[in-house]
Design a protein around this ligand. Structure first.
Ligand SMILES: Nc1nc2c(ncn2[C@@H]2O[C@H](COP(=O)(O)OP(=O)(O)OP(=O)(O)O)[C@@H](O)[C@H]2O)c(=O)[nH]1
Ligand SMILES: [Mg+2]
Length: 200
């Protein structure tokens, strides 16, 4: 029998006072609205329907906590605003995200997701700098890689890495449609979730 990751929903928090006190190492998923954060969690855990996914941006409006195999906390963060929204609405979840990052002393790793077809923008640059300042390891994930033919993926991976000033090896590819990247990403979750982490 293959060991299947078992993940369960714990709670939603709309403000810092509602964040649960948990003993486990914690790993969070962050990125622009509609980039595929919730789908990413469904894909890596293998639990279809664990997190609500939507065609329209702005589906996740709270911070959602999940427990993986009873020993790792996984966190789905609301998205940074959709490009078509007014600036004020785009930024509506940033204070909540910042207070989350400041509050969680067991946070071991943040997955920062970028659509493989997009260029990293101000949000990604600012968040990477912010996470670095807080000393939180960050793994960049290029999502929806099924949208590009295989031959184009390596090139986009390099371009995203160049845009962020990091090595191409630090950008992981994923697809919630095909399961591409699942093994590697689950490997990172287990590594960081066990406390025996290597550098990303
Ligand atoms: N083709 C393809 N579509 C994807 C993939 N991941 C997500 N999607 C689609 O993209 C849309 C947004 O996915 P979500 O997982 O809800 O994105 P999110 O980042 O959680 O969005 P918010 O909660 O609104 O911030 C949905 O229509 C998904 O089906 C992927 O890997 N490939
Ligand atoms: Mg979501």
């Amino acid at each position: 029998m293959t060991a299947q990751a078992k993940a369960v929903f714990l709670k939603s928090a709309f403000r810092a006072a509602d964040f649960p006190a948990l003993p486990h190492p914690e790993i969070a998923v962050m990125g622009r609205s509609n980039v595929g954060k919730s789908s990413f969690l469904n894909m890596v855990t293998g639990v279809r329907g664990l997190v609500k996914v939507g065609a329209k941006p702005g589906v996740t409006k709270s911070i959602n906590f999940f427990i993986l195999e009873g020993r790792i906390t996984l966190v789905d963060l609301p998205g940074y605003g959709y490009a078509k929204l007014p600036v004020e609405m785009k930024k509506q979840f940033l204070p909540l995200i910042r207070s989350y990052l400041a509050a969680r002393d067991r946070l071991r790793l943040v997955f920062l997701l970028i659509d493989i077809r997009r260029e990293p923008g101000d949000f990604e640059h600012e968040m990477i700098a912010h996470l670095e300042k807080l000393g939180i390891p960050t793994a960049i994930v290029a999502t929806k890689c099924d949208k590009l033919p295989r031959g184009r993926r390596a090139q986009r991976r390099r371009e995203i890495a160049d845009g962020l000033g990091i090595g191409a090896d630090s950008v992981f590819l994923s697809s919630a449609e095909t399961g591409d990247g699942k093994k590697e990403l689950m490997g990172l979750i287990r590594e960081y979730g066990s406390g025996k982490e290597k550098d990303v």
